[in-house]
Design a protein around this ligand. Sequence first.
Ligand code: ADP
Length: 477
Amino acid sequence: MTSIRVLSVASELYPIVKTGGLADVAGALPIALKSEGIEVRSLVPGYPAVVDRLEAAEQVLEWPLFFGGATRLLRASCGELDLLVIDAPHLFGRPGNPYTSPDGIDWPDNGLRFAALARMAADIGLGDVPAFVPHVLHLHDWQAGLAPAYLHYSNRQHARTVMTVHNLAYQGKFPPALLGEFGLPPEAYATEGVEYYGTIGFLKAGLQFADRITTVSPTYAKEIQSEEGGMGLAGLLRARARDLTGILNGVDVTVWDPATDQNLPVHFSASDLTGRAAAKAALQQRFGLKPLPDAFLLGVISRITWQKGLDILLEALPTILGEGIQLVLLGTGDTSLEIGFRSASEATAGQCGVVTGYDEALAHLIQAGSDALVVPSRFEPCGLTQLCALRYGAIPIVSRVGGLEDSISDLDDDAVPTGFKFGPVTADNLARATGRAHAAFRQTPLWRQLQANGMGRDVSWRGPASRYAELYREIAT
Ligand code: ADP
């Protein structure tokens, strides 16, 4: 069988640049696909963090003028990842995260910046970059969404396309006046083109023109076809239902491995969990909690947003803490919620601790040291933290939505339970779920069984990578 070449296109890539789960997927899937005989190159914008990390960079092509400035395409590697980097300082050579300035404000030219990413992907998909001619473009989220539209309006032979939706809430909408600047023809601004409720919709364009659509869990694939979950795109997604599948994400099991994790005071594994106690003690100390080895300790690692249901957690907090449960939270996001959690933490010193910020090492310690991980999302395309929790013996307490529904089985519903589920997402239901978990925690053999079940689950990329490989082969041949 000929090897299939895939260009993966995403605006973030772990371990170089990450704001969320998208980066984890874009960084891990290409490596997992190697054992499926798929050759992947990842196209990534040349942010300073990317350019600084390149090993053996070599120029492939250059343009004197590409979306407003001189641009080079570089071929390089970073660890096991093979990259194509868009070195366009006028678009990407800026501080801050991929989307915002250091003070958190979206760059005003984000439309142009990510149109450039998609345009470069399309040029590669048209075979215009001889150094790498892919069979398939795998496009992730709205930032890459215009690529299938560029290919469509090129009227030339081109690579096949897969559009993956990691979160339908982020759609990339820009004013129609920018159509020319994006390099799209006037006829593209139509309902059956890129037009989307009076804007240019980047994700909409991808969903309209990609050969296949995937999302990151089977349940989310169903939810986004409903009016409630479709966020304006339900009609289009229903019309494309035959081309839409859900493939649950994996996690990088080398990064998330309690037997080798450098962030833990003592390593542990499914066969010997004693090292968890040291992580729990370290966590209690770090968050200023009472050093009680037997307290039931809940962990939360999350963006602090409405999507993640953290307002519901804040509302349920008095009931949860009233049971003597401890809670640690690591996250950033909505300022008023951050303030709410901080004042709850001050009012209940020693029982609830909050760290606002982004801290990978601390996220690992929370997985290792908390007894249960709470994920009360209102919607959750896949969710990665509950998968990491399974690896670390932290029992997930999750809402019954999206990938949480698909990846966790409830103590009362399943022969091989791995956690606790609740729904609808209300403070009462959440507190009842943490109460059920607390009761189970007090029955040590039952709790050990839950941990063993979770740690025995294969949450690696092996299964998902073989599903993606199958999909590429279906459309490429
Ligand atoms: P999202 O919707 O934010 O992408 P996911 O659960 O899919 O949610 O992925 C979030 C990823 O980011 C996980 O790997 C999680 O551990 C990590 N993460 C989230 N918030 C923080 C934080 N404040 N510090 C460190 N890691 C975080």
